[in-house]
Ligand binder design. Structure first.
Ligand code: 13P
Length: 250
């Protein structure tokens, strides 16, 4: 049985004092869940968040990193920098980064490789636009993005990657994919991974759904055959709402 992984993506929200208060409120609400809990916070919140989750079951992730080891890349943050302060996860290739910051399948793949080199676990985002969906191309787009993101990784690395299927039209719009559509898309991604890396890897990799996940719709999504939890944006900014999503199975 695959575990469920519920990750919050705060995007460009929350000051350090807000992060500290949030973690203080969230901790007792999720302390007895068997689901994995991750908060992906802005760089400026990482250190405070890491200090404040000590002794809890909450893990911390970053939202991006550069693929180069070090050097003249003003404004960038390296994998080693994240690892050195205790970060465990890193989101790679979020659609907002692909859309506004020129991330491509190629840079996503480079970043995934560098993340593993420094023992960070990548959460790789894939997802189609509305036009692509309406043209019947969703499956082709997301399986291609997945294949390219994972190119050149070992079976073990693929097994330790988390994929987040986030249809772009469902992000921040209040429109959620139906649980059936989301499950089918995720199943297509899983089948592709089985085809390339074998059943063992494909059946054990964690694949989340993201896009307007909230307490009102999470149970239906997370109890399907192939959805292994969620990557939650807006609803992860409120500790009570986020806790309800983490505790969807209570
Ligand atoms: P929303 O949950 O706000 O739609 O955002 C989803 C997302 O982009 C998470 O990475």
């Amino acid at each position: 049985m695959r575990r469920k992984v519920i990750a919050g993506n705060w995007k460009m929200n929350m000051l350090p004092n807000e992060a500290i208060n949030f973690i203080e409120e969230l901790t007792p609400l999720v302390s007895d869940t068997k689901n994995e809990v991750i908060l992906c916070v802005p760089y400026t919140d990482l250190f405070y968040s890491l200090l404040n989750v000590q002794g809890t079951n909450i893990k911390i992730g970053a939202q991006n990193m550069h693929w180069e080891e070090k050097g003249a890349y003003t404004g960038e943050v390296s994998a080693q920098m994240l690892k050195s302060i205790g970060v465990e996860y890193v989101i790679i290739g979020h659609s907002e980064r692909r859309q506004y910051f020129n991330e491509t399948d190629e840079t996503v793949n480079k970043k995934v490789k560098t993340a593993f080199k420094h023992e960070l676990k990548p959460i790789v985002c894939v997802g189609e636009t509305l036009e692509q969906r309406e043209a019947g191309k969703a499956e082709e787009i997301i399986t291609n993005q997945t294949e390219k993101a994972l190119e050149g990784l070992t079976d073990e690395q693929v097994q330790n990657t988390i994929i987040a299927y986030e249809p772009i039209w469902a992000i921040g719009t209040g429109k959620t994919a139906t649980s059936e559509d989301a499950n089918n898309a995720i199943k297509a991604i899983r089948d592709k991974i089985c085809q390339i890396y074998g059943q063992n890897v494909g059946k054990s990799i964690i694949i989340q759904y993201g896009g307007s996940v909230k307490s009102a719709n999470c149970k239906e999504l997370f109890t399907t055959s192939d959805i292994d939890g969620g990557l939650v944006g807006g609803a992860s900014l409120d500790p009570e709402e986020f806790a309800k999503i983490i505790n969807y199975d209570k």
